[in-house]
Write a protein that binds this ligand. Sequence first.
Ligand SMILES: Nc1ncnc2c1ncn2[C@@H]1O[C@H](COP(=O)(O)OP(=O)(O)OP(=O)(O)O)[C@@H](O)[C@H]1O
Length: 537
Amino acid sequence: MKSTEPVRVAVNIRPLKGCTDCITVTPDEPQVHIGSHTFMYDFVFGNAGLHSSQIYHRCVAPLVEDLFKGYNATVLAYGQTASGKTYTMGMGTNCGTNEGIIPKVMEDVFTRVEAVKSQIRVSFLEIYNEEIYGLLASNPSRAPIIIRETASGEITLQGVTEVDVKTKEEMSSYLARGSFTRASGSTNMNIQSSRSHAVFTISLQITTAEEILCAKLRLVDLAGSERANRTGADGMRLKEGRHINSSLLALRNVISLLGDERKRKKGGHVPYRVSKLTRLLQDSLGGKSKTVMIACVSPAISDVEETLNTLRYANCARNIKNQAVVQKQKTSAPSFMFNELTPSKSEAKNKAVVQKHKPSVPSFDYDAMFKELTPSKSESLPVYDKPVYDEDVFEAITELQYNEDVFEAISELQIPSTSQPDDVSSSSSPSEFRKHNTSSLDVSPKKTESKQEDKCQNKPMEIIYLTDDEAEVQEKCFIDLTTDEEAEDQEKQIIDLTTAECHLELKELNKRLEEKEAEIRGYEEKVQLEKDKRALQ
Ligand SMILES: Nc1ncnc2c1ncn2[C@@H]1O[C@H](COP(=O)(O)OP(=O)(O)OP(=O)(O)O)[C@@H](O)[C@H]1O
């Protein structure tokens, strides 16, 4: 079953902290006014809009319902730093409480699973300085997770830890554990600012007499866009800010391309490969998932520019059309047991391998757990990489003002597609390969082949131990996207984008400089005239 689903967009306006309000909301309508701009959304929460306590029921509960029907779904919190994304998602200090979206999702999921035969797994990862790290891994060295692509275009993640969960409390403790491990730090704008994009994924498999539904709900808390002069970031924070901004720029570029019907009809290339963030969100934006974006904004006048940008991209995201597909496969016999599923060699190539890799048994005492984790937190943070991009370009991009021209120009930019090798490459041997936990993030290609519709294209949740032969087959269907050449290519694309933006910015500045010079010349002439007049008198 397939249905065209627009990305639904909600705006969440956080409470004002004692300064002038720059946003007004039309009562009883999802309409926001800012300066001379007016935007329509699917929902508006906060200010004169709906009460923010309704976010879950209005926006997210329908996705949980769809998850149980076999649809992949995504909730994406987007917005500038300190606009309330982590708070809204419930990934911050409130994650041990019932506040925020994720705790409510858990409540709902575990109420619903009582009525069905199911298995639930969770994974939690972050993109930090353009590397993907698992947040549930028991290994403190936190080796980066590798993105791979199957021959059919499905994105899988090699090295991510997925754990079985049986109760809401267990899931909640993994959320708390991962949230605590996630990179965060203090800036002038947010005392506990997320320094990475975080993705908490709930994988659900429901077995009925006829079929197996296997769908995923991805809950994404993006790091916020920031300006170094406002956050006061330097050193490590500045570098993080640059990575955050560059990946958000790539995301905005994808949104503006997918959200522009004219360009979509032209069939322009969508630059998902430019950053790891856009690769991971490929299924959520223009793919097979049902997606809700929650644009978090601050109503403070001091944040007006960033708020306007967020509102603009969120409005653009409403035009994105996904092709939601039920993720299912047939159960061959009525007594078919989920854990008994063993793939044939041919099936093995379409399935990701999941090995059971459970981190230490979660503690349900949050205070004790945080205490237990505190000394290891700094150790487990990723080691800083060498700066990947040109410092000057990033300096400029950090401070970049996203005005109309830049927005338009980025939309016009067509990024050449990274060639996808026909053949398969993989550096690890079959036995090495089996040592890793492999999990798919179900990021599927945009084009849907009808034949594949009723097959479960996501990774199955069962644990599969392959023979050497099967592992070889499995390996052959992966394409490693992280070769040096490809990484260089991706970096170059980001640099091209940022350079183009810098050129536009420079052009704008030159124009303003010329205007100022003309003004000064006019003033000097006036002064000279006055002098001449006085001399004549
Ligand atoms: N709706 C709200 N009601 C009360 N407090 C809020 C609300 N939204 C955010 N806050 C508070 O504002 C601060 C910043 O929020 P939060 O950390 O969620 O922002 P963020 O957008 O995730 O920032 P960053 O991108 O820097 O991580 C936090 O102290 C949070 O508790």
